[in-house]
Design a protein around this ligand. Sequence first.
Ligand code: UTP
Length: 292
Amino acid sequence: MKVTKAIFPVAGLGTRFLPATKANPKEMMPIVDKPLIQYAVEDAIAAGITELIFVTSSSKRAIEDHFDSNFELELNLLERGKQDLLTLVQDILPEGVSCAYVRQKSPRGLGHAVLCAKQLISNEPFAVLLADDLIDGGEKTCLQQMMTVFNQTQASVIAVESIAPHETKKYGVVDVNTKNTNVCTVRGIVEKPSPLEAPSDLGVVGRYILTPSIFTFLENTAAGSGGEIQLTDAIAKLLEIETVLAFQFQGKRFDCGSKLGYLQATIAYALKHPELADDFQVILREFIECTA
Ligand code: UTP
C-alpha cells in the first residue's frame, strides 16, 4: 500500500513559548520567513503525501488561513506588480494537494490528537508529522527517507535519533534489536523514562508512518505520562502484533518546541538563506566578537 495521507497534530497549547503562543499557534512561528508548519508540510509533500489532515483547536485558525488563498492580498500584489511575492503565496500548496481539518476539543495528548483524525484515514497506512521537530534532511526529507523504508517493508516506521542521557525525560525511547544499522526492529518503547530506566539512547522524534491498526490501540489507551493519551503507549501495544521499525534518518533535527532549539534553527536557516546568508554571517561574527 502507498501512503498518501498525513496527520499534523497542531492542537497543543505551546506552553513553553508563552506568552507568544497565547493567541498565536506555536506551529505558525517562523524560522526566518516560513512558519514551522509549512516546513513540515513541505517534508510531507516531498514524500508523496497528497492529503493533509490538521488536528486543530479554536486558537489555531491562522493555520487554516495560511493554507487557504487570500484574495485581498493576492489582488494587492497583482496590482502592484509584485509577481514574485504573488507566486510565493500562491504556491504554498502544489496542485493536487488537499487539506482537511478536524478539531481536538481539549489537548488530551498526542495519541488523542491522532485518534481525532481516525474518520479521515479509513483503513490505510498514514504519516504523522510534528511541526515543532524541524528536520533538515539534506537531499531527501526525513519523511521521504522513511517512505523508502515503508515501501520496502510495509511496516510502521518511527524516526529516532541518538539523544544525550540526561534528555531521556523529554522523549519516547525505544528498545531495539540492534543498533548497527539505520533500520532496526523495535522491541519496546517507553514515554519519558528516567536515564536509568531508558532502554537505549534512541529517542523518538516527530515523524511516524503507522499502519491503521494503531487506532484500535489508541481507542483503548488510558492517560499515561503527564495525564495525556500517549501515542507511545499505543505503539508499545502495536509492536506486540506487528513489526515496528525504528529509523535513524540522515539530517539535522531542531527541537523548535524549546526556545533554545528554536533559536538554533533560526541561526542555521538564516545562515543558508540565499538573501540573508552573507549579511547574517557578518552580523553574527560581529555579535560574537562583541560578546567574547
Ligand atoms: P508538544 O507537547 O511538543 O506541544 O506536542 P505542546 O503541548 O503544544 O507544547 P508545550 O509542551 O505545552 O510547550 C507536539 C505536537 O503535538 C500537538 C502539538 O500542537 C504539537 O504540534 N499536540 C499535542 C496536539 O495536537 N494535541 C495535544 O493534545 C498535544
